[in-house]
Design a protein around this ligand. Structure first.
Ligand code: SF4
Length: 181
């Protein structure tokens, strides 16, 4: 059985609806307020790790984290992908579907399959959350890794979550979007 088929341990190919994860914006922001340690998309903190070589520094994010211990992570860079790098879309579904083996992460222009790297980055992000005791993550919306409400699938923005978010949620981490703030 391949690593992709096995997945990272206890990940299940399910929707997260109906589970205990906070479902409303108010619940998610309350979880953030009560969290001493937060896993954060590094690009939101000002790290130039985006696919286009830029950061996505957010003053709102920095203000919301003012009294927190921060665990910065860029799953895609952690996986070994370079900066800059070709943009990637999800194909065939969203993050949950990738872990179930029915969707992939593919470079938009050349069609190179980056699924394995994106899954590796997600596992590294989850490892960091677990190691530092982060039960809440504040991640960049619309990213194929970090998106938590909307992601690009085959060039179209649709409802869903990225590959890292799907893994974190499966393991009980509450994931907020920068757009929740
Ligand atoms: S959205 Fe996530 S994967 Fe993309 S640059 Fe930011 S931290 Fe890295």
């Amino acid at each position: 059985m391949s690593e992709k088929e096995q997945g990272p341990g206890a990940l299940h190919a399910t929707s997260h609806e109906g589970e205990t994860a906070p479902s409303s914006r108010e619940q998610r922001t309350a979880a953030l307020q009560g969290a001493p340690v937060v896993l954060v998309s590094a690009c939101l903190l000002g790290e130039a790790c985006r696919y286009d070589g830029r950061s996505q520094r957010s003053e709102r994010v920095l203000a919301a984290l003012a009294d927190k211990d921060i665990v910065p992570i860029c799953p895609e860079v952690a996986s070994g992908l370079p900066v800059p790098r070709p943009p990637v879309d999800l194909c065939g579904g969203t993050g949950v579907d990738v872990w179930a083996g029915r969707a992939t992460a593919v470079e938009r222009a050349e069609g190179v399959d980056r699924t394995e790297a994106f899954q590796r980055g997600a596992c590294l992000a989850f490892d960091a959350a677990r190691r530092f005791g982060a039960t809440v993550a504040l991640l960049k919306e619309k990213s194929p890794s970090c998106g938590s409400q909307r992601v690009y699938e085959s060039g179209q923005l649709r409802a869903g979550e990225g590959i890292t978010t799907a893994l974190l949620r499966e393991h009980g981490v509450t994931v907020l979007s920068d757009e929740d703030l």
